[in-house]
Design a protein. Structure first.
Length: 352
């Protein structure tokens, strides 16, 4: 009982420790789910590999090749043995090699992850800008035609699926108007040797400002596609949070003191309405990562989503497991940062 009381009364350090200790548990659960899900998908990687270059071989020869491949990859062993090997590799931070090509999964992720981070961060910034401004305007102009119009547009954008927005953007801005490129991350004619594979950072490190324009042009459509759906949700959250704070007593007191509406919004309303908004942004970052898988497939964007889709299509277990784990790590770390930020912003949560 004393230990429990000490734990509860430890305040912020104990809460931080609990959040951190939860991270490996979440990642282990997700890794287990992905491991099981991949082996429940119909088909076998060994059969797909044996079928490659099987012209002129008899059925028995193909079956023998499949057996040899399964033995070489360890896929002939029971699931529990494969799972224990997988956990042992994870403990050593070894994600294995691709069944198709033999490339290191860590190397594949190192090449693809920066592109996904760029896309997700850009989409988050656009979504926060659009959703924050429209939500604030809707709250300030409550029950006017502006409020109605903002909520209607936000609901429509939130309801549209990512792939539909992506295809619409390609057709309108890429094909009909020809304003923006619709495929890839950079023009194929541009000679780019990555240093960090973060194009903006590489443009600075390599002193190549000519990379920035084409990179932004290729980023606009996929980032906006991701952002629009999330922006509609942020609009609703910001509006509701701001309206709740506007009805509090301290806001009425500030008005009675003669403070301007702009000063009240800046000094009181925005600060006190930030907590639920920050929490929502952390959760929506995970949605953006999930949406990035679809968006990258639509725009042929070379990120983790593309790896994941191709891995599932080929039944490339190590690639799928590694890509899913990378997305989970990003999502978990962002949510951990949001939790810790919430604890710092709200002292009430730090009480035992």
């Amino acid at each position: 009982m004393t230990a429990l009381a000490t734990w509860r009364g430890a305040g912020l350090p104990a809460l931080v420790l609990r959040r951190v200790l939860a991270v490996p548990v979440v990642l282990l659960a997700l890794a287990t789910c992905v491991f099981v899900a991949m082996r429940l998908i119909p088909g076998a990687p060994a059969a797909a590999l044996a079928a490659n270059g099987s012209n002129g071989l008899t059925t028995d020869q193909i079956a023998q090749n499949e057996q040899r491949i399964a033995e070489a990859l360890g896929l002939d062993r029971p699931w529990y043995a494969q799972y224990l090997d997988y956990l042992g590799d994870l403990a050593r931070l070894d994600l294995g090699t691709s069944f198709f090509g033999g490339n290191s999964v860590v190397g594949l992720l190192a090449a693809a992850l920066p592109a996904t981070i760029e896309l997700t961060v850009a989409a988050m910034l656009v979504a926060v800008l659009i959703g924050g401004v429209t939500g604030l305007v809707a709250a300030v102009r409550k029950d006017t035609w502006i409020d109605t119009a903002v909520r209607a547009v936000g609901t429509v954008s939130f309801s549209l699926p990512w792939f539909a927005l992506g295809v619409l953007g390609i057709v309108v801005f890429g094909v009909q108007l020809g304003w923006l490129p619709v495929l890839g991350r950079l023009p194929s004619s541009l000679d780019y040797v990555p240093t960090t594979n973060l194009v903006l950072l590489d443009a600075i490190l390599q002193d190549r400002p000519e990379l920035v324009g084409p990179w932004l042009a290729h980023l606009v459509l996929p980032a906006t596609t991701l952002a629009l759906s999330m922006a509609g949700y942020i609009t609703r959250i910001v509006r509701a949070s701001v309206l709740e704070v506007l009805g509090d007593d301290f806001v009425r007191t500030a008005r009675m003191k003669g403070l301007s509406e702009g000063r009240i919004l800046r000094r009181h309303v925005l600060r006190n309405s930030a907590l639920p908004i920050v929490t929502v942004l952390g959760l929506q970052f995970g949605s953006l990562l999930g949406g990035a898988v679809i968006t990258e497939a639509v725009f042929s964007y070379p990120g983790v989503g593309g790896l994941l889709v191709s891995g599932v299509n080929q039944l490339d277990y190590p690639v799928v497991q590694g890509a899913a784990l990378a997305i989970a790590v990003l999502f978990t770390l962002v949510n951990l940062a949001v939790d810790l930020g919430y604890l710092l912003l709200d002292p009430r949560l730090r009480k035992g």
